[in-house]
Structures are given as structure tokens and as C-alpha cells.
Design a protein around this ligand. Structure first.
Ligand code: ADP
Ligand code: MG
Length: 678
């Protein structure tokens, strides 16, 4: 067995586990190694004084007196006993552990893990360990899971793997770099990330992993840019500028200054002899799509075809409707193609694309597959997360090397955007259309749920619509869905039942579209949803967004969610239902109520998350890193960027054996063709 072996060769990985692992993108041993825990539970024993009320903690002490059991039924019982923990008498309660009673006796050392109730000096224990503590890592890794996979299984498989040095991934970083920054080896790094021994070592392991992710990313960017520069001089777009201005004048609104500026930057790129590779950044509702539509129109007037790629079928449908309307007076033929387009229709569309009858095609990622011919492709616009990997860029090149415009609502500060999107030019829409009212945001305690319901009843009476976003359970999509189903049932009972819709990730695409259509056409008053609505849905009549357990979401995500309302002329509201237990959670809620400016929020996020927090939240719109976060780890990103640059320009990088792994990565990732290495 080595790093390339399939996971099913591992003991205990059966066909079912194999499928679940596959859904997490894990098919080889190496993939499993790179499935890094997304957080750790601190199971270090701590003194009572240091533990916050309601916090999960591990406490140790000597047992005082006898344990007692109360029985409620055959299966239900409560075990209680008392501990002396560093001079504090505390009570331990555990459900259905009657069987432990016989093993407990006064004077024993006991370690328990559970929720600490400070006012009652009591722990509700999830784990009870009798005797001195077992040898155990101080941090318990928590993995992203799916299906029937358990955290325990992942830990066992990793433990099995870590006994065999042959199965570790290749060391990418040369010794000279590791020494310069005091970074551990890849083997040591992965051991720490999966089985951390202490906070300090874990920190270094994370540091190394993040640096490596950034360095390889930046090297690929360089290689790619290098290849771009080499490409032959191209003919610029020859659009019909008069038709373009007439089109802009025909829009039902005047462009904001920022939209106008961005549009000029885009058109300049398109008309130049270089391929455009531009990022259009702006808050939700700032009018990115409108700008993109004009750019696509310009491409069409030059006899080209344009494609708009969006992350979901729902969005594809919405954009299709909006674009049809926008181009109603023009001879622009718009079509939509997604995974659920019927076979016959798909054939038609493909034929029309081939004959250049379709000018503007909207769809999901499927659009750039090889079997979809777009012979005159001049411009590709992609919405939100769809940043192309280098391989997809290759595919695009084969489709005629179009100009590319990425749109993102992720409000990262300008300097960061330039670093993170190292290969792109950036246009920024930092101004909302006039007349748009800021969304009023309130932070409300959960106990006031009824008042919130009364509030939304009023909105509904005024013929407005409401989103209800469910709590986020990161460990399990299953629980997310269950939450949504429960909340949906609850709201159906309180409100008019058939006017409350439900949207979650487990629904079929047809069902999702159906629900969205119902909501858009105002046949539904309320839409209960998991975070699937995060991406780009546009229903201007929706004026209220209620976010359940809002403190579980990061600021960036809350901002995205809030952007779903405030899109029409009516005053809109965002209600954050939350009883945050941490100071950071409270601070987040406060900031959300104080500002609606995405860039301010991004800066605050940067501050709040500060160093040392073991949370690797993925930023949407960013290239996918496993651990690294361009916002949080911006210093490492900057270091890696400079290192990549000087490596790339040095001769030793291209010659020394110690850089071989990094060179090979450039080829396997597709950033560099093999012959460039000779
Ligand atoms: P984004 O893609 O940035 O989320 P959109 O382009 O979808 O924003 O614009 C959001 C809404 O605002 C749409 O209904 C759009 O028609 C409208 N809109 C766009 N630009 C303007 C403008 N300059 N003035 C008024 N309304 C605008
Ligand atoms: Mg949009």
C-alpha cells in the first residue's frame, strides 16, 4: 500500500464507506490524509475557574460519596454523583449510564466531559472516564462527514495509516524552505493535524500546511501567467459601440458611477489584443450582473457568442428570465442549458449553438464540457464560486480562448484581492444603486421567537415575503436538512400552511426549481431554507430575512444571506435570532446590526477571527484551499507570493533536485506543459 492506493484497501472501509468517502472527494490514501479536521474539541482537563458557563469542558476530580441512579423507564435513567475538583464540589449528571454505578466508588479519580453549568456547579456529562486519564491527545479532531461515516471511523483509519511511513504523501517543500521558516516535515505535519499532541505543535503543523497550499497555488499562478504572456497577439473585440450605448440607454435605470467605471475597464480589456481575465467584485445587489449583461451584449454585437455560468440551476433559471426580458427588444437569442434540460431540448440547443443561432447561453458548469460546442465563444462570465482551475482554463482555450469575467460578492479588501487572485485584474463596484434602502438589522434573543413571528405576519399581510434560514450544523448535512424540515412544519402550523415553502440541498433539482418558482411568483409567503439560498437568488418582493442561530454563521456568510433582501423598493429587515455564548459571537451580532457595508464587515471579520482561532472557514469565491484562508492567513499568503515569485525567477528552482516535487506539481496541475521543464 502507498499514498496512491485506493481507500478500500484500508481495513474497515467497505463498499458503503467507500461511497461516502467518495462524496467527500476521498478516493486514495493521499486524499484521506488531506481530509483535515475542520475543528478540534479541546479535551484538556481544565480548572473549574477557567470554564465559562455552558461551555463544553473536561473536568477531573475525586469522587465524594456514592453514585445515585433514578430510573424513569426500562431504557431511561439518570446517574448522578459528586466530585471534588481542585477544592470545588461539583455534581455530575449523565443520562442512561446506570450501568456505571457499580464501577464507581468514593475516592476514585474520575474524568468527565460535558457541558458546565456554573450557577448549579454541575456538569452534564457525555463522557465519563474512570481512573487516571488515559493517554489521549489533548485535542479531539472533528471531521467533515457525510452519510453513515463517523468521526471515530476516520480517526481509526488515520491511526492505522500513521503506523506506516510508506503511505505518507510526498514531501513538497525543500529542506531549505522548511528550515528558513521552521516548518515541520509533511509527515510530522499530518500526524499533528490528525492527532494533535499539543497546541504549539498543532499551530506549527497548520502553519506549514497553509504555507504549502499558498506556495503551490502561487507557483501555479506564475506558471499560468507566464503561459498567458507567451500567447500570440490576438484580435480585439470589434463590437458595435453605438448599439451598445443604445442598449445601455434602454435599461430601466442609469448605471452608477462604479458600474460605469467597471464597464469601461471590461470593455477596454475586451477590445484590447490581450485576453481578459478580470474579477468584478461588488456587494450583492450592487449591479454586477447588469454590467456583465452589457459586456455580453457587446460581445454579441461583434458576432460572438457569450456564456454565463452560475453555480445552481435555480439561478440559471432566474437569470434566463431576467435576460430574456432585458433583450426583449433586441435580436439576441438567449438559451439556458443545465443538467436537467431534457435530452431532446438539449440536442436542439446544442445544434443551435453550433449553428450560432444562440448568442447567449446561460447554464451551470456543464457549459464548458467538451461536448457543448460554442464555436464563436467570445466571453465567459461566471458568477460566484466558479473560479476556473487551470485545467478548465485549458478547456476554455480550446473553445476559442474567450475573454473571462468572474463575478464575486465576497468583499475582500483590495490588497487581498490582488494577492489571492494573483492572475487577475480587479474591478470593484463599491457603490449601491441610489434609492436602495439599507436593510434594517436586529439581533433578537431566541426567547422572542413569538414576537418575530408576529412581525413576519405583518409583512405577509402587506403582501411581502419572508426567508427563514435554518441553523447550520457543519458536521452533518443530514441534520441541516432535518432542522429545515422541523422549522418548516412549525411555521406551517403557525402561519397559513400551504404558503410556507421548503428548500434544502437534498431536494431534486426539479423540486428546488418548483419551490423557487412558487416563491418568485408569490404563491408562497415564506421560504424555509438551508443555506442553499446563499447564492444569488433574486426576489425583490422578499423584505424579511430571519436567520436562526445566526451566531453560528461567519460575518461573510451572514452578509451574503442578508443580501437576499433589500432588493426592491420596500424597506427590508434582517432578524438575527441568536443567543450567542461566546464574546466573538456577540460581537459578530453587534457588527451585523451596525453596518451593511461588505468591506467594513470583511475588515471586522479579519480582526475578530484573529490569530490562534482554530477555525478554517472557507471563503466563497476563493480558490479552494483545504486549510488556508486568504483573508485570515493573509500574511502567509503574502510571504508565499513573494517566495513563489523569486523561486520562479531563480535558475535553481528549475535545476535543483530539491525543487523537483514542486516542479512536478506544476505539470500535474496543468499549469505548465511538460516540455517547458526541459
Ligand atoms: P448583483 O449581480 O451585483 O447582485 P444585479 O446586477 O443582479 O446585482 O442587480 C440587482 C438589482 O438591481 C437588479 O434588479 C438590477 O436590475 C438592479 N440594478 C442594477 N443596476 C442598477 C442601477 N444602476 N440602478 C438601479 N437598479 C439597478
Ligand atoms: Mg448576482
Amino acid at each position: 500500500m502507498d499514498r496512491h492506493s485506493e481507500v478500500q484497501q484500508l481495513k474497515g472501509v467497505g463498499p458503503e464507506a467507500e461511497k461516502d468517502l467518495e462524496r467527500l472527494g476521498i478516493s486514495t490514501i493521499e486524499d484521506l490524509w488531506f481530509h483535515i479536521p475542520f475543528r478540534y474539541e479541546n479535551i484538556e482537563i481544565r480548572p473549574i475557574e477557567d470554564i465559562e458557563h455552558n461551555e463544553q469542558a473536561t473536568i477531573s476530580g475525586e469522587m465524594i460519596g456514592e453514585a445515585r441512579v433514578r430510573r424513569y423507564s426500562k431504557a431511561k435513567n439518570i446517574l448522578t454523583f459528586r466530585l471534588d475538583s481542585g477544592g470545588h464540589a461539583i455534581e455530575v449528571t449523565a443520562f442512561n449510564r446506570a450501568f456505571l454505578k457499580g464501577k464507581l466508588s468514593p475516592g476514585m479519580t474520575i474524568t468527565v466531559t460535558g457541558k458546565w453549568n456554573r450557577s448549579r456547579a454541575q456538569v452534564t456529562a457525555k463522557h465519563i472516564e474512570i481512573g487516571e486519564r488515559q493517554e489521549r491527545t489533548p485535542y479531539d479532531p472533528i471531521y467533515q462527514l457525510t452519510g453513515k461515516l463517523t468521526n471515530r471511523q476516520l480517526k481509526t483509519w488515520i491511526a492505522d495509516l500513521s503506523r506506516n511511513r510508506e503511505v505518507f504523501p510526498l514531501e513538497m517543500l525543500p529542506f531549505s524552505i522548511r528550515e528558513k521558516y521552521k516548518l515541520p516535515s509533511i509527515e510530522e505535519t499530518l500526524r499533528q493535524l490528525h492527532q494533535p499532541q499539543d497546541a504549539e505543535q498543532l499551530k506549527h503543523a497548520r502553519r506549514r500546511f497553509i504555507y504549502e497550499e499558498f506556495l503551490t497555488f502561487q507557483l501555479r499562478m506564475h506558471a499560468y501567467k507566464h503561459a498567458l504572456r507567451k500567447s500570440e497577439y490576438l484580435e480585439g473585440l470589434q463590437d458595435d459601440q453605438e448599439r451598445v450605448s443604445t442598449f445601455i440607454q434602454g435599461l430601466p435605470f442609469t448605471l452608477t458611477g462604479a458600474q460605469e467605471r467597471s464597464l469601461q475597464e471590461i470593455l477596454f480589456d475586451m477590445r484590447s489584443g490581450h485576453r481578459m481575465n478580470r474579477l468584478l467584485q461588488g456587494d450583492v445587489g450592487s449591479g454586477k450582473t447588469a454590467v456583465a449583461a452589457i459586456a455580453m451584449y457587446a460581445a454579441v454585437t461583434a458576432g460572438k457568442q457569450a456564456a454565463l455560468m452560475v453555480p445552481t440551476e435555480i439561478l440559471a433559471g432566474q437569470h434566463y428570465e431576467a435576460f430574456k426580458e432585458m433583450f426583449a427588444d433586441d435580436p439576441v437569442n438567449v438559451s439556458v442549458l443545465t443538467g436537467s434540460t431534457k435530452a431532446a431540448e438539449r440536442r436542439d440547443i446544442i445544434e443551435q449553438l453550433e449553428n450560432k443561432e444562440v448568442d447567449l447561453i446561460i447554464g451551470t458548469h456543464a457549459l464548458i464540457q467538451p461536448d457543448v460546442p460554442i464555436p464563436k465563444l467570445g466571453l465567459v462570465v461566471t458568477d460566484e464560486q466558479h473560479r476556473f482551475g487551470v485545467k478548465q482554463r485549458r478547456a476554455l482555450k480550446e473553445k476559442g480562448d474567450p475573454d473571462v469575467l468572474f463575478m464575486t460578492a465576497t468583499p475582500i479588501p483590495r490588497t487581498l484581492a490582488i494577492t489571492a487572485y494573483g492572475d487577475m485584474d480587479v474591478s470593484r463596484i463599491d457603490e449601491l444603486p441610489t434609492g436602495r434602502k439599507a436593510v434594517e438589522t436586529y439581533w433578537v434573543n431566541m426567547s422572542l421567537f413569538e414576537r418575530v413571528v408576529n412581525f413576519i405576519k405583518r409583512e405577509i399581510q402587506n403582501k411581502r415575503q419572508v426567508y427563514f434560514v435554518c441553523p447550520l450544523i457543519e458536521e452533518s448535512e443530514q441534520l441541516d436538512v432535518q432542522n429545515a424540515i422541523d422549522l418548516h412544519a412549525q411555521l406551517q402550523a403557525i402561519l397559513s400552511g400551504d404558503r410556507v415553502g421548503l428548500l434544502h440541498g437534498r431536494l431534486h433539482n426539479d423540486e428546488k426549481r418548483e419551490v423557487m418558482e412558487q416563491f418568485t411568483s408569490q404563491n408562497l409567503d415564506v421560504l424555509v431554507a438551508t443555506t442553499v439560498i446563499e447564492v444569488g437568488v433574486n426576489v425583490p418582493n422578499a423584505t424579511c430575512m430571519v436567520i436562526y442561530d445566526a451566531d453560528r454563521f461567519g460575518l461573510a456568510q451572514l452578509h451574503q444571506l442578508r443580501g437576499r433582501v433589500g432588493r426592491g423598493h420596500n424597506q427590508s429587515y434582517c432578524i438575527l435570532l441568536a443567543n450567542p455564548s461566546s464574546e466573538t459571537g456577540k460581537e459578530r451580532m453587534r457588527i451585523m446590526t451596525e453596518t451593511t457595508d461588505g468591506f467594513v464587515l470583511a475588515e471586522e471579520d479579519l480582526k475578530l477571527r484573529g490569530p490562534g482561532e482554530l477555525l478554517g472557514k472557507k471563503q466563497s469565491g476563493m480558490p479552494k484551499f483545504r486549510l488556508a484562508d486568504p483573508v485570515h492567513d493573509y500574511r502567509a499568503l503574502e510571504t508565499a507570493r513573494q517566495d513563489a515569485k523569486s523561486l520562479f525567477e531563480s535558475s535553481s528552482f528549475w535545476e535543483d533536485p530539491e525543487y523537483e516535487a514542486l516542479r512536478t506539481d506544476l505539470v500535474t496541475s496543468g499549469a505548465l506543459s511538460e516540455d517547458k521543464l526541459d
